[in-house]
Structures are given as structure tokens and as C-alpha cells.
Design a protein around this ligand. Sequence first.
Ligand SMILES: Nc1ncnc2c1ncn2[C@@H]1O[C@H](COP(=O)(O)OP(=O)(O)OP(=O)(O)O)[C@@H](O)[C@H]1O
Length: 621
Amino acid sequence: MTEVTARRIAEALAEVRGESVRYPTLEQQAVIEADPAEPALVVAGAGSGKTETMANRVLWLVANRHLKPAEVLGLTFTRKAAGELAERIRTRLAELHTAGLAPDDHDLFDAPEISTYNSFASTVFRDNALVLGRDGDGVVLGEAAAWQLARNVVVRSTDPRLEQLDKRLESVVEATLQIARGIADNDADPERIRAIGRRFAGLPELPLGGTAEYASDVERMREIAQLELLVDLAREYDEAKRLRGAVDFADQVVLALHAVRARPAAVEELRARFRVVLLDEYQDTSVVQTDLLAELFAGTPVTAVGDPNQSIYGWRGASASNLREFRPRFRRRDGHPATRFTLSTSWRNGTRILDAANTLVGASTGEGAEVPTLEARPGASEFGVDSIYPETVTEEAAAVARWLRQRLDESRVRTGRPASAALLLRARKTQPYFLDAMREAGVPYHVLGVGGLLAEPEIADLVSALRVLDDPDAGLELLRLLAGARWRIGVADLDQLREVAGWLGRHDSAESGILSDELQQRIRESVAGDEGGSIVDALEFVGRAAEGHRALEGFSAEGLARLRAAATTFDRLRSRTGLELPELLVLVARELRLDIEIAANETRTAGRRTSTRCSTRSRGT
Ligand SMILES: Nc1ncnc2c1ncn2[C@@H]1O[C@H](COP(=O)(O)OP(=O)(O)OP(=O)(O)O)[C@@H](O)[C@H]1O
């Protein structure tokens, strides 16, 4: 049988689609036609056709009868990316079939297994959980449930070290979760981390030579010394999960690793099922993910694709060294490190944009040597890059909005049609400045993604109300609503409400008689005690308190009436929280009169098509 080359496949697909041929570059061709029995690493920049090349590699493998599509395992990070890759491969396999290049016995329903790293690990864990004495069908805790459980652990902890910790409850819960996840993501030994904490604990006591110079270092040493306590809390959190038969996302990967180490047959089964493995966005895999993949697939034909300059999960145990370590870990059959390929043609950017991007990337990471410098595709555009150096973000936003206005107007005059543009932001927190500036400059926009939606005032109100219904600590959210258009309660009355909250906090723990003096004292001093008391509880109290109650004295008459009305509204809503979420949302929106506000506000763009898209992208150039 003569080999079906990557170029031949490109021609066949173009013919089926009735389009001009998009030949692979020589670099792409080398990856697509690489030895099907050997591992490979592809280091490639943004928009250099990584996904395209992976999809074409599957076609080449199938067309040349190296394997059937179902024998390919493809892993990537997000469900969206997995869906896109699966769809690209599925469509192309169908085109390959139409072009007559698929093997005769090709089954159109036979598709590769494309999934996310997490869900793959979850399946491996579930299938092999028994070997670890765990329940494979246990609950998987989402973000919110994990937080709630960790919070319970911290609040219930009687550890005396918590008293000395000068931290808010939220910070301790967050740190406990981070340590628990850090241990899981790195498959770290908790004892070693505790030992680091112990080593640092004594340092601040050493004589410092009488200068204040080390103050910030001492502060840091104290933080590190807290590791012991946090590791202990993290262990209690793990124990709490175990008792409930629950796991969180990070656990699934480390448990999958432990399970396959304990059960070599699991490795054999997966190797027999998947003859070729494609790993996308490899730069973002965590230490434990790479350990799991190596345990399962080292020595088999694994192709990893990655770009160290697009790494976004550094905080989670991912490191660019994952890419460097791939080749020695996934060796060829002759014992040599996996072959390294590069892709260096950018298919997305014009020449001058690329020049600017290459300069910036080279300057900021110092890792340019590892990633090939991207070159523009033949016929790439020559649009220039403008730069400005404003002093404040407000000035920057105004300049950007003016620039956009001008370009959009020019384009409309030139083409006779409205044009569209994309605005990418560095950080979500600057988004409101840019939206204001665009409104001011008359540039219609549509914010993409949930982040943008959350910035819309009505949605922020809706989310705030849901928090208030669920969480007695959602004081800020409640204040936002009380001060907002629905109840318009003034500062003096809000301040009085805060007073009531404080009074209630002191009163409750003193009057309840349930807690011992010692425990009350400890709660006050510890992280769990919140001196301010709960504003949410205070509003409930104001709603319930009898006319003339001492605690109601400081409110204005009008303020009190509105607060009581608000309390009734939240009471009513609280009694309906058992509803399905969409119904509850409609109800809350109606009670807050947000539906009227949206209808009355002309500038709201939600659901309407407008010309400028605004998003905070996390990857790519
Ligand atoms: N040889 C080629 N000829 C023409 N177009 C190509 C070629 N290779 C890739 N492209 C196109 O370039 C664009 C970018 O490709 P792709 O999405 O695969 O890049 P990527 O490297 O995966 O991107 P990212 O860095 O965002 O992950 C796509 O529209 C793709 O169809």
C-alpha cells in the first residue's frame, strides 16, 4: 500500500469542501507524518496550527491504517477545547471517508476519545477506586461545596494555634483549601511541608541585630511557620471528605495515580485500548497530572503539544519545566528522549503585530530559546501597531475608546458596512473603565463571557441577592442592595443596621448560654469570631423585632419602614429557595424589580447584537 501523505490528505479534503488546498507547512507535515510508534514533543507558539496539526495527525494515522479512530486518546484542559477538537476530527474523518481515503472498513461512528485531563483522571480513579478502598461512585465536590466543607472544618477546629492566628475566617479557609490542593496537585508529602513550617517557626526569634530592616522578612517567616497548622487543617479537611465518601477535582488525579500504581493491570488495559495519545496544552499540566500520564503511557506513542509562553496555571503546580521534562520521561524505544518538533508559522497575526508580540515575549520570559520565534504566514497583513503611554487607566480607556471610534467610522465609510472589533483586557478589574469610556465615545459593545455579565449592575444585584439568601456573611452584598434603587436606604440607617449587627453578635453569644465562657472568649479571639456580627442576621432581626424595641431606636422612621420591607422580601424569598434555580432567579429578579430596570434602560446590551466585543482573554495573543 502506498502511503497517503499529509499533502494528499489536504488536497482530498479541499476537493470535498470545494475550497482551495491548505497545504501543511513542512514543520506541520513532519509532525503529522511522524513515526506512529514513537513519542514526540511539539513546541509551538500561539496560532501556529497546533490543534489543526493534531487533527490532521489523526487523519493520517487512520488513512494509513496505523489505527482505528477509537484507539486515539486526546486530552485537553477545558470541555470547550475538547469539544472543538472532537468536532474538528469528526468532520474531517467524514470528509476523509467521502474522499475515499478512509480504510474500507471505516465506521463513521468510530470516533477518538477526546476528553479533559480532569475527566480522564476521574474515570481512571472511578474504575480503580476499590483498590484504594475508596468508593468510585462517591460525590465529587464542586468549588462551592469544597469551600463550605473546608469552612466547617476550620470553624469547628479547637486547635489553640488558631487563636494566635491574626487572620479572617475566609483567609484561613482559602489557605486550607490551597494547601490541600497544593498537596494533591504535587502529590506532596504533608510531613515534609510541616517540617518546612517548623524550620521557619524558630527563625523570627533569632536576634536580628537591632535593625528594622528585616521586618518584612520576619513577617514572611511567620507566614511560612503557619504551614504546620494549615497542613493539619488540610488533613482534617481530607478526613472530612473521606468520611463523606467525597473527593474534589484535585483528589481525583492523585487518587488515579495511586490507584494505577497499586493496580498494574489498569495500565495494561489503558495501553491496550489507546494506541496513540495526544496531549494538548501540555505546558499547563500539573506535576501530578504528568506523573499519572507517565505512569500510564511512558514508552508508548504519546505526542504532547505545548507552548511555555501560554502557560496559565503556574499557581497550580504547572510549570514550564513540564515541557522540558517530557522528552526524557517519554523515551523512544531506543532509549533516546522523545523527538522534538516545532511549529513556527503564525496563522493568526499580521507581520507587524507578530514583530511586536515576538519582542514582548522574548523580553518578558527569557524562555525564547525554547519556543521558536513565530513567523507570519505568506500573504499576512501589514497592519501597524499603535502604542500609547497614558498615566492612568481612565486616560488609557478614553484613548482606546476614541481610537476604536475612529477606526470603526473609517471602516464604515470605506466599506459602507458597520465593522466589528475586539478589545482584549489585561485584567477584569479594569473592565468598567473601558465600558464607561466606550459608552461615552458612543461605541456600542457586547461583553463576552460570564465575567462581563457579572459586571452588569442588574446581574450583580441578582447575584448579591442569591448570596444574601444563602450566606449570613454576605453583608457587603446586602448593603449594596439596601443602598440601591430598590430600597434606597441612606448611610445613617445603614450605619445603624451595622450597630444592630454588632449588638446582636455580642448579645447572641452572651445570652445563648450554650457556650462556655472559655469558648465564647475563644470565638471572639479566634478567626471564627466576627466582631461586626452579621448584617444579614441584623436585617432579619429588624424585620422580626416588636415595635418600640430598644434596638430599633436609632433608625429614621422612613429608613426603618424600608428596612422592614426589605426584611419581608428576603424572608419571602428564603422560603422559596427550594425552587429550581431558573424559577428562583425569575422570582428574585421580580422581587428586586430588576425586570423593570432592564426594560427601562436603553443602554443595556444584554442579548442585543452590537459591534464591539470586549473580553478578558486568558490565553493566546
Ligand atoms: N497549514 C495551514 N494552512 C492554512 N491555515 C492553517 C494551517 N494550519 C493552521 N491553519 C489555520 O490557522 C488557525 C490557527 O490554527 P489552530 O487553531 O490549530 O492554532 P493553535 O496553535 O491551536 O492556536 P492556539 O495557540 O490558540 O491554541 C486556524 O484557523 C487553522 O485552520
